[in-house]
Write a protein that binds this ligand. Sequence first.
Ligand SMILES: Cc1ncc(COP(=O)(O)O)c(C=O)c1O
Length: 310
Amino acid sequence: MEKSEWIWMNGEFVRWDDAQVHVLSHGLHYGSGVFEGIRAYETERGAGIFRHRDHLDRLAKSAELYYLDIPYSVDELREATHELLRRNGLRGGYIRPIAFRGFGEMGLYAQSAPIDVIIAAWPWGAYLGEEAKRTGVRAKVSSWRRISAASLIPHAKASGQYLNSILAKTESVKAGYDEAILLDEHGMVCEGSGENIFLVRDGQLITPGHTASILDGISRKSVIQIAQDLGYTVVERDIARSELYVAEEAFLVGTAAELVPVREVDDHALGDPGEITRVIQARFEDALHGRAQEYLEWLDIVEQPSRVTS
Ligand SMILES: Cc1ncc(COP(=O)(O)O)c(C=O)c1O
């Protein structure tokens, strides 16, 4: 990881190396935390944080779902993030807010343990690599099923839930693939280990609906809007595993990975990234980088002092 200088921790800015927690923190033992992955992009008007409020609203919702009372408002977290980027001199990068049950009480009903909140930001390139964005990834359907709503809360972005993603991702990488695709408890296609999935069939975009235990991705929502604005039909429906193999095109979307074509699933070739994937990817990149007028409102611009000194 590339270090930055400052991390915002419980209301204070502390040095990166001093941002430490107690080894008996509740979240470390039980995964009792909620977090977000957010990206900021350098734009002509300064750092633009992509759909910042949507991410912070999801953080607040995830916290509520797991009974974590975040002692800061969404506005306070937004302001802290702006100041963090300014202090670190970052005009783009990855932003990671996390709220977790801290040190003070063990046991599963540890209501007296405080909720610690930190926000870190650092430079981080495309999660699956720039090459993957151009040529696509090789994916494997995981033997691990995506967590079900009968046991956890798929719509929350909670720390402990990521053991499921880690199992799937590790299995696929160890088997020589780039990414995992998880099926849901019914055997329907759900999502990647850290991305939502879209297929193209008969020229239409298809993506699993919310009954498939997906995370309600902010990139997914943005891509649906972009595709519809471009005149494509987007259908949210169950997707059978075998549809992955016969799709004309497929791609993954997520904050860390951005939009990544899928070139192969379980050794069935889909081929080079197709036309529809390319068109939507280009538009999505324009939106992220503040080059698309109609999506400028998705960027929360951080007022920065000018880099030019005279
Ligand atoms: C499991 C999972 N699904 C989907 C996504 C995509 O969500 P978003 O576009 O909001 O980053 C992520 C990333 O946060 C994820 O971890």
